[in-house]
Design a binder for this molecule. Sequence first.
Ligand SMILES: [Zn+2]
Length: 127
Amino acid sequence: MAKKFYDCSNSYYDKLHSYVADDLTVGCPSCHKLLNRRLSYVAGSSAEKLTAEDGGFVKGVVTYMIMDDLEVKPMSTISSITVLNNFNVKEIGGLEEKLVPFGVEEGLMLLKASFECKNVLTTVFMA
Ligand SMILES: [Zn+2]
C-alpha cells in the first residue's frame, strides 16, 4: 500500500509552511493548522517503486534462497538446516560455495532450462 503524506494548505502561498507529515495529527510549525492537504508519493528508482507498491515476488528486504527448480523460499537458520536434512547432507565440510556470473546470456539459459527440466540451476551453472 502506498504511503500517504500531508502538508499545510498555506504552503501554496508561503514557503514558511513547507512541511510534510505522514499522519493527520501533526500541526504546521508556522501556523499550527493541521497538515491535512493530501500529497501523492512518487517513487524514484524502480526498486523503491516495487517496495512502495508491495509488488514483486519478494517483498521488501529479505534474505531468500532459490531452489534448483527455481522455487523461491525465505531463508532462515532453521530453513537452511531443513534443506540440508532434506538433501541428506551429513558432512557440512562437503558443501561448497560457488559464485556464478549472471547476465543476459545466463538469464536466457535459465529460461530455456526452466521449460525443459526441474534441476534448472544445476543444468545452467554446474554443467
Ligand atoms: Zn502552515
